[in-house]
Design a protein around this ligand. Structure first.
Ligand code: NI
Ligand code: MN
Length: 226
């Protein structure tokens, strides 16, 4: 399977012949000059919460590709009003099998509203079980105790976690999250896009020193095979 970084919190995961796109925020990303939103292909779009920096390109990509959007009930309801009809609503704690694998919607400690003021439900994250691996995409979140529960109940191979601070966890908290989640592999997200979340990447990696976990910081457009 292939994990590709499209900037900010946007990734694709290619697995089982399907492309899963997470939190599309591409065309307004001030530090992206490589990825074109109008060229992205997706079979599924997973949306963690409604904030603009996670949904800016959502409606356009969903309409162009016809991808199924997997999101919490309130985001599903908002999308229906925008004319996006291929949606699958979930809520925190729910699990569902899709043709690429299993999705569990997890709790995130964050807020969620659309730029038009519409309430976006609770902020969420996702556990993806596919090809015998478990990937945790936390969404925007603070460090929280429920991550311990995920670590107890799931063998998490990779965790995609915010490291930018200010609005979310920083790298120090992400290192503790890796400990809670009992995972050794962390991919950073939600950093450097705006002034509030500019980080020192060397310092961020330093926060993982002697923790037994490794922080991978990807460049926009870069991918890894896992
Ligand atoms: Ni947010
Ligand atoms: Mn955000």
């Amino acid at each position: 399977m292939k994990i590709k970084y499209l900037g900010h919190s946007c990734f694709t995961i290619e697995t089982q012949g399907k492309t899963l796109l997470f939190d599309p925020f591409i065309s307004p990303n001030p530090i992206n000059d490589t990825i074109k939103a109008e060229l992205i292909e997706a079979d599924y779009i997973l949306v963690s919460h409604a904030h603009e920096d996670h949904t800016a390109d959502l409606v356009a990509i969903a309409q162009r590709t016809g991808a199924m959007v997997i999101a919490i009930w309130e985001i599903h309801a908002w999308l229906q009003k925008q004319g996006v009809t291929n949606t699958h609503p979930m809520n925190i704690g729910g699990k569902r099998n899709f043709d690429f694998g299993k999705v569990s919607m997890t709790y995130a400690m964050h807020s969620s509203s659309f730029s038009d003021g519409t309430y976006g439900g609770t902020a969420a994250g996702f556990l993806i079980e596919t090809e015998g691996k478990i990937i945790y995409y936390s969404g925007d979140t603070a460090l929280h105790q429920d991550m311990k529960l995920l670590g107890e109940r799931f063998t998490i191979d990779w965790a995609i976690l915010p490291i930018g601070g200010n609005f979310t966890m920083d790298a120090v908290d992400a290192a503790e999250a890796a400990n809670f989640l009992r995972t050794k592999n962390v991919i950073g997200m939600h950093f450097n896009t705006f002034g509030y979340i500019v980080i020192d990447e060397h310092q961020a990696k330093g926060a993982f020193e002697n923790t037994g976990a490794n922080l991978t910081i990807m460049k926009i457009g870069e991918h890894i095979a896992i």
